[in-house]
Design a protein around this ligand. Structure first.
Ligand code: ZN
Ligand code: ZN
Length: 414
């Protein structure tokens, strides 16, 4: 193995009042990241390009040297599940969400308060797959938490919008209204596709809104999962650059799908089930599993693979929830486990390490932002005191990087 790329999702942040105007990365005690930084270089990266607010898929697609236009989120998510897709199948990323009513169309929560249990999601998915009658075949597959993939079988157009206008390429829009899917061109098939998808969404609302699971949730004072928000329509396998000598340790459908489509040898594990509405307990279970699993993948492939891509997802969520302490603790945990392992694993094996993020998720914005992310490049150079954080990274010798240039810059394309 020559190199390891670690993407810590949404790791980068802005100064937080709760942390005495430090970022979680500045506040966190991370001796192992600092050890690696001291023996390498720091820099900062715009994962897609300056001014662009990336979704995770847009960032990883760019970091691996692809044009955004070559990929759709729906296809990547669907390819991260066990559903068999054929050419022409229309795939979306889907979220269970809460709206007030279909008539009013106000979005109350895009993720059902993020406490939909795995069991509930499975039961609701079954109700949708059984209960909705359409002319066309479809599959809704719940994945992790409120997430899922939605597939319509057969010759559709993918030139249609999703039903959540918050997701517009590279920007954030403030909208709390659902919007029917719209054709994005004049083709008859696009109009037809939008009609089918909208019919599906209306029927899904009827089934979900009245489902006993949601009545039970309302009784408990929880938000009902009464709607599906969908985005990222795609009908073709994304044409991405191939990384055949890479291995990947991935566990969210997006990253699994991306790794598979990129030709990497992809290892994944089943995410711990969310059982009792306790989201953060579930995230910590996931994080512990992910760090251990990543170590195992690295050890197992040390001789057989040239490069490894590791994606740690959990750190994005406290940013969305404005929980800087939780984020700091997660970063410290990753440092104690995975980075501590790297500190011992990389130097004797002459392996280079890059640690970075796919975007900033500043706690005080509760969303992704266009701010650059820090890049740590360990290359075994003579130690010079360095700290790994956003501020230091801005002054680093590696300088400013656009996502697409990262792998060439650190020599991971050889
Ligand atoms: Zn992300
Ligand atoms: Zn996020």
């Amino acid at each position: 193995m020559k190199g390891i790329l670690i993407i810590v999702d949404g790791m980068a942040d802005l100064p937080c009042k709760q942390l005495g105007d430090k970022t979680p990365l500045e506040a966190a005690n991370m001796p192992n990241a600092d050890f690696l930084a001291a023996r390498g270089e720091l820099g900062y990266m715009y994962p897609v390009k300056p001014g662009f607010i990336p979704e995770s898929d847009e960032a990883i697609v760019s970091i691996f040297g692809n044009e955004l236009i070559s990929s759709t989120r729906g296809q990547l998510e669907a390819r991260g599940t066990d559903i068999k897709l054929v050419r022409g199948d229309l795939a979306f990323r889907a979220n269970f969400a809460t709206i007030d009513s279909l008539k009013e169309g106000n979005i109350l929560d895009r993720r059902v308060g993020r406490n939909l249990t795995t069991g509930e999601a499975e039961i609701l998915a079954k109700a949708l797959n059984k209960g909705i009658k359409l002319q066309n075949q479809f599959i809704f597959k719940p994945t992790v938490g409120h997430r899922g993939a939605l597939i319509f079988k057969g010759g559709f157009s993918d030139n249609i919008s999703g039903n959540d206008l918050v997701y517009v390429l590279g920007q954030t829009r403030i909208t709390n209204k659902i919007s029917p899917c719209k054709p994005l061109d004049e083709e008859e098939n696009s109009q037809y596709t939008a009609n089918v998808v909208n019919e599906f969404l209306e029927k899904a609302y009827e089934i979900l809104n009245n489902h006993p699971i949601n009545e039970e949730r309302r009784r408990k004072g929880l938000l009902p999962a009464n709607y599906l928000m969908i985005r990222g329509a795609g009908i073709e396998v994304p044409k991405l650059k191939l990384y055949r000598r890479w291995v990947s340790a991935a566990y969210m459908p997006l990253e699994i799908g991306f790794s598979r489509v990129s030709g990497m040898k992809t290892y994944s594990f089943n995410y711990p089930r969310l059982k009792k509405f306790d989201v953060y307990k579930n995230l910590w279970d996931g994080l512990r599993k992910a760090c251990k699993f990543s170590e195992w993948v690295l050890k197992k492939n040390r001789k057989s693979a040239d490069y490894a891509y590791i994606h740690i997802k959990e750190t994005d969520l406290p940013g969305h929830d404005n929980k800087p302490f939780e984020k700091k603790e997660m970063l410290e945990y990753i440092d104690r486990t995975l980075f501590n392992f790297l500190r011992k694993f990389a130097p004797p094996n002459n392996i280079k390490v890059v640690i970075t993020a796919d975007h900033s998720t500043p706690c005080n914005k509760k969303s992704h932002s266009a701010d650059p992310v820090p890049v740590l490049f360990y290359n075994g150079s003579i130690p010079k005191e360095k700290k790994f954080n956003e501020n230091e990274a801005r002054k680093g010798n590696l300088g400013r990087i656009n996502g697409k240039e990262l792998l060439a810059k650190v020599g991971f394309l050889k």
